[in-house]
Design a protein around this ligand. Structure first.
Ligand code: SF4
Ligand code: SF4
Length: 198
């Protein structure tokens, strides 16, 4: 095993990765970018959360009021029968970074509508880090990129129709509760244990 081997490669030998376990919400912008790149639009569907950590909560109002529909479903990437993401290939994600869903790009940063949290989301195998290596260093990630993608994610969530607490669509032009305070949300999923994309 090489010292320079990428953490995600070691992770894939060690356990089921985030790309094999996550329920990845995709924004309208994600769908457009991926469809343009892939030349197809059959990679997403509306499904209710399977894992509890993906359920809507009161701590991220834009997520609850925009992402989820009245039937409790939200737009997610399709997965193969064994759980793998439809875009997972033998060498990892088959989408270029600037086409990947925003939720995938941000992981393992944890966040609420207000911004990135101090603590990273759980899921990555910290036990596989080399001596002195940080998780973000091993993943070659930085907070500036994550903040930019986070802003874009919530800008694109705002393109979803607003809904009230029951999931019904609100009349056009009505603000969501989001514009009022949004308390910090606790631990993500996001690729919980390796849970990409809430
Ligand atoms: S991001 Fe984390 S959980 Fe996902 S493959 Fe890489 S090391 Fe594993
Ligand atoms: S789209 Fe996201 S979950 Fe799917 S393979 Fe790429 S990084 Fe993994």
């Amino acid at each position: 095993m090489s010292d320079s081997e990428f953490l995600c490669v070691r992770c894939a030998r060690h356990m089921r990765t985030c790309c094999q376990t996550s329920e990845v919400y995709v924004t309208p912008g994600d769908v457009e970018r991926i469809a343009r790149h892939a030349g197809r639009d059959d990679f997403h569907e509306f499904r209710p959360p399977v894992r509890a950590e993906y359920a809507p909560d009161d701590f991220d109002l834009p997520w609850r009021e925009r992402v989820f529909r009245s039937d409790g479903t939200r737009r997610v990437l399709k997965r193969r029968p064994e759980g793998d993401c439809t875009f997972l290939g033998p060498a990892g994600c088959t989408l270029p970074l600037d086409v990947r869903p925003l939720a995938c790009r941000i992981y393992p940063f944890d966040y609420s509508a207000e911004g990135l949290k101090q603590e990273l989301a759980p899921g990555c195998p910290l036990e596989l880090l080399r001596n002195g290596q940080s998780l973000l260093g091993a993943l070659e990630m930085n907070a500036d990129d994550a903040r930019r993608w986070h802003r874009q994610l919530y800008d694109e969530i705002a393109l979803e129709p607003p809904r009230d607490r029951t999931g019904k669509e609100k009349p056009a032009g009505r603000a969501t509760e989001q514009e009022t305070a949004t308390p910090a949300k606790s631990a993500l999923p996001q690729l919980v244990p390796a849970t990409v994309g809430k």
